[in-house]
Design a protein around this ligand. Structure first.
Ligand code: KG4
Ligand code: ZN
Length: 346
């Protein structure tokens, strides 16, 4: 594949509608993301049917916009890559169908991209890190829907080393935030509140800290926040809430760093600790991970927030990497709501 070849990427697996045009050399020609936060906020979480309808309403316009911005006609593309799992089936069908339609109409190769692979490969996007990120590396994927440690050994070569036994860490942030009366999604609001709090006032548990392996557990931490609130003599003051937010964030950051440390020990030869997912936007979490990586003599690679959260640049990049290897999918490929990384062949 020539370095000037361009791939259209589409993302619609959860509540972000996104399209991007990326050159094979990693140059982003155009990118657009539309968050559905406003549509889902009244319900306090993502409503799958609303998400699917919103993708259908917005994705065609976003595609037209990024193509116009990239200054390319569809026939000039080298391929179309659409997230085809894992995720909410309605949204996956919308994105994959639009991608296949464009591929069919313009006789382009179609790539059914695994969303987790797209997050995993973002760190290798040229230009992201001076000198690049080399395989193997440890990926810590921490979002609202995912919480796992993955050994990334090459394109198509992934091993999940550990995962959450209950809630994803972003989910835990959202639930703790809700208990503190913050609007959904709670992560960013909880981080702002925590800045004014004393993390030491409420000693909260650090589930699985120090245990063997690198699995996670967050539901007990969320329950501890609920219990601490219930034990207060009256209704919580603003300072009570800020102190609890700070305590929760410190516990979550400590647990994430501990588990990442164990995972690094399970992947000798790792060149970096890579973090992805919405929770990677949290400064306390990044700080704890950076310190843990440094202890192992490794850099922390944290892509800019817009490439950490759901986006289409990462989907187009996974598409480039697969097309380079001749890994094309048939137009009959059915989107998969569940699609573990291990099932990808290199
Ligand atoms: O990757 P993402 O945008 O979507 C998926 O879940 O796939 O991640 C969203 C999650 C939410 O749970 C949100 O509360 C959390 O990431 N999040 C944060 C922060 N920003 C987003 N959690 C803690 N601190 C933040 N600054
Ligand atoms: Zn994601």
């Amino acid at each position: 594949m020539q370095s000037s070849a361009a791939v259209l990427g589409l993302e619609s697996s959860c509540d972000e509608t996104a399209a991007a045009v990326l050159r094979a050399d990693g140059t982003i020609l155009a990118e657009a993301v539309l968050s559905q936060l406003r549509e889902h906020a009244p319900f306090g979480g993502v409503v799958p049917e609303i998400a699917a309808r919103a993708h259908l309403e917005h994705l065609p316009g976003l595609i037209a916009r990024v193509m116009a911005e990239a200054g390319l006609g569809y026939a000039e593309l080298a391929g179309v890559a659409a997230t085809s799992g894992p995720g909410l089936i309605g949204g996956l069908i919308v994105g994959a169908s639009l991608g296949k339609g464009i591929a069919l109409a313009h006789r382009l190769p179609f790539v059914a991209v695994n969303h987790l692979e797209a997050h995993a490969l973002t760190a290798t996007l040229p230009g992201l890190v001076p000198g690049g990120t080399r395989f193997p590396y440890l990926l810590l994927l921490i979002s609202g829907g995912h919480c796992q440690c993955v050994a990334v050994e090459g394109v198509g070569r992934y091993r999940r080393l550990g995962t959450t036994l209950d809630d994803a860490v972003g989910e835990a942030f959202d639930k703790a935030a809700k208990l503190l009366g913050l609007p959904w999604p709670g992560g960013p609001a909880l981080e702002r509140l925590a800045a004014r709090g004393d993390a030491a006032r409420f000693p909260l548990p650090r589930p699985l800290l120090g245990r063997a392996g690198c699995d996670f557990s967050f539901s007990g931490l969320k329950t501890a926040v609920a219990n601490a609130l219930a034990r207060l003599p009256g209704s919580p003051s603003e300072q009570d809430k800020a102190d609890l937010a700070a305590g929760f964030q410190a516990a979550a950051a400590a647990v994430l760093a501990d588990r990442a440390g164990h995972a690094l020990a399970m992947l000798p030869g790792a060149t970096a600790l890579v973090v992805a997912g919405g929770v990677a936007a949290n400064a306390a979490v990044r700080g704890a991970l950076e310190a843990k990586a440094a202890k192992h003599g490794l850099p922390l690679v944290a892509p800019p927030v817009r490439l950490c959260t759901d986006n289409a640049v990462m989907v187009a990049w996974a598409g480039v990497e697969r097309l380079r290897r001749g890994l094309v999918d048939a137009l009959g490929h059915a989107p998969r709501p569940r699609w573990p990384l291990e099932e990808l062949a290199g």
